[in-house]
Design a protein around this ligand. Structure first.
Ligand code: F6R
Length: 243
């Protein structure tokens, strides 16, 4: 796409069509969702479709990819807050259908919680469509370099580059949490359909590596090359290094 806005609209239309198809089938639509700057245009478009075109989220169940750890839901940088501000507060989703990794747990409860997060996804029949952004480290979710193909939801240590990229949100590098809870690469690859977006020149190099480079745990997004139904939505600036 020439511009991110066009790509975002196309993604939102695809999601809306899926929600309506599932509604017609009398089944829930299970969405995996991302935060960060990349999906904001998609959420804006979905909110507009809800307000102006009658798109309902009553049959939608969501699982977010990740959350900083530790993190309280009311904090400025929390992904709970982000999702409510950009999507959930503006649509008719049932709050009971919203799942976001819990950044408030004590350390000893995290492993068990992550297992239950995986089970909850499976009990809903798996994720129909997983929305992703890509980090400059090649991460999807917070699967930093070294995350294996079969990794599952777990507590991870954030890469230095990722923490630097988040520094402005936290008013300084030192305030960025060192860890996060994230779905694993395996969790993401289990989704029936994956939509990954990359916008802007800052994502051009890692986008080319993910799409055309070697499939390697050094670039978690490269594992999507083997997914049977994954699409990259990129703007011209992010396409710059593709051959
Ligand atoms: C966010 C997430 C991350 C971001 C990535 C890109 O839930 O899982 O993988 O998608 O860090 O972030 P932005 O979109 O801010 O460039």
């Amino acid at each position: 796409f020439r511009h991110a806005t066009q790509a975002s609209l196309a993604v939102a239309q695809q999601i809306a069509a899926l929600i309506r198809t599932r509604e017609g089938e009398g089944r829930p639509c299970v969405l995996g969702l991302a935060t960060g700057s990349t999906p904001v245009g998609v959420y804006n478009a979905l909110v507009r479709m809800h307000q102006e075109e009658g798109l309902s989220f009553r049959n939608v169940i969501t699982f977010n990819l990740d959350e900083y750890y530790p993190m309280q839901p009311h904090e400025l940088q929390s992904y709970v807050r982000f999702m409510h501000e950009h999507l959930f507060d503006h649509v008719d989703i049932d709050p009971a259908n919203i799942h976001i990794p819990d950044g408030t747990l004590v350390d000893t409860d995290v492993d068990d919680y992550c297992r239950r997060y995986e089970q909850a996804i499976q009990q809903c029949g798996g994720i129909d469509l997983q929305l992703l952004g890509i980090g400059r480290t090649g991460h999807i979710g917070f699967n930093e370099p070294g995350s294996g193909r079969n990794s599952r939801t777990r507590l991870i240590t954030l890469d230095r580059i990722t923490r630097r990229d988040a520094a402005s949100d936290f008013f300084g590098d030192d305030n960025v949490p060192r860890r996060a809870i994230t779905m694993g690469v395996g969790t993401i690859l289990d989704a029936h359909q994956v939509v990954i977006m990359a916008f802007g020149e800052g994502k051009a190099r890692i986008t080319a590596e993910a799409i055309e480079g070697e499939i390697t745990s050094s670039v978690a997004a490269s594992f999507l090359q083997k997914h049977p139904n994954s699409q990259f939505f990129i703007d011209e600036a992010a396409a710059e290094h593709l051959t």
